[in-house]
Design a protein around this ligand. Structure first.
Ligand code: CP
Length: 309
């Protein structure tokens, strides 16, 4: 396979396994580039990309911007809080105005699930979903799988547990799709109130006991409790959540094998993982961030190739 099967990256659920392998093989080449003294290639000198962020971000926003600049694309950044969205402009009007400035690709984070799909049906640019509400965060799942592949050699056959607030997590859904597509075994673990009722229909197993989940897995992907998406209490207290579902160094050391710890960030230190776990040699959290640039370079490069053709 030499090109993606899609013209937009809206979610992992729209990808084939071959798309993921193509993205990873392309990312391997870009990872080599960004470790050179001159970390830039001229591949996208003729492409202009708008980064539209309607929701807060540190990693994803900076990672996309750096990926685009490493590919020599022209980049414009848009933050909803400083824009005419505040004056009532619609999403389609906003994007069409940006596109009339000869923009080829839009990277968008939006609080509403499906915002990227909606945009892709109403504007002419290639759309990359940088996180849409509690729906999908495809590049996060890609960089997560890429990091597992880098650490353990392959994703197929590995036991991966996703721990925490599955209910409100776009990272969980995209990871489940990506891991299943690549042949990993997936469990989710968390309080019952934070596990969606439909979750087993996605081909994952449920384990509410954290120790049992960790004993089973090769990799634990620890999710943040998304307080900003909760309008009711889903567990008695943060302290109790941390006691039941937080990973501590003592818990890790008591297992009979060394598992890999991942986290998409931002971390609530002392809630989902303690600082000594986040900073331990079992943690690949900063490798995930590093790999995010190469993976996003690959996604943008492959989608841009389709625009050019
Ligand atoms: N992992 C992630 O999406 O982080 P940001 O919200 O900082 O982009």
């Amino acid at each position: 396979m030499s090109e993606l099967s899609v013209n937009h990256l809206l979610g992992i659920k729209y990808l084939k396994e071959e798309d993921i392998q193509l993205i990873f093989e392309t990312a391997d080449q870009f990872k080599e580039v960004i470790n050179r003294p001159i970390k830039k290639v001229p591949s996208l000198r003729d492409i202009t990309i708008a980064n539209l962020f309607f929701e807060n971000s540190t990693r994803t926003k900076l990672s996309f911007e750096l990926a685009e600049k490493r590919l020599s694309a022209d980049v414009i950044n848009f933050s909803a809080s400083q824009s005419s969205v505040k004056k009532g402009e619609t999403l389609i009007d906003t994007v069409n105005n940006i596109l009339s400035m000869k923009v080829d690709m839009v990277v968008m984070r939006h609080p509403n699930p499906g915002a990227g799909v909606f945009l892709s049906k109403n504007v002419s640019a290639s759309i990359v979903n940088a996180g849409d509400g509690a729906h999908e965060h495809p590049t996060q799942a890609l960089l997560d799988s890429y990091s597992i592949r880098e650490k353990l050699g392959d994703v197929a056959g590995k036991n991966v547990v996703i721990v925490g607030d599955i209910l409100h997590s776009r990272v969980a859904l995209s990871n489940i799709f990506a891991l299943k597509l690549q042949g990993a075994n997936v469990k989710v673990c968390g309080p019952k109130t934070l596990l969606p009722k439909y979750i087993e229909s996605l081909g994952v197993q449920v384990e509410t006991n954290l120790r049992k989940a960790l004993e089973w897995c090769d990799v634990a992907n620890m999710l943040r409790v998304q307080n900003e998406r909760m309008d009711i209490s889903y567990f008695p207290s943060t302290r109790e959540y941390a006691q039941q579902y937080g990973v501590t160094k003592n818990l890790l050391d008591s297992l009979d094998k060394e598992i890999v710890i991942m986290h998409p960030g931002p971390i609530n230190r002392g809630v989902e993982i303690t600082s000594d776990v986040a900073d331990s040699k079992q943690s690949i959290i900063l490798n995930q961030v590093e790999n995010g640039v190469a993976v996003r370079m690959a996604v943008i490069y492959l989608l841009a190739s389709k625009i050019k053709n």
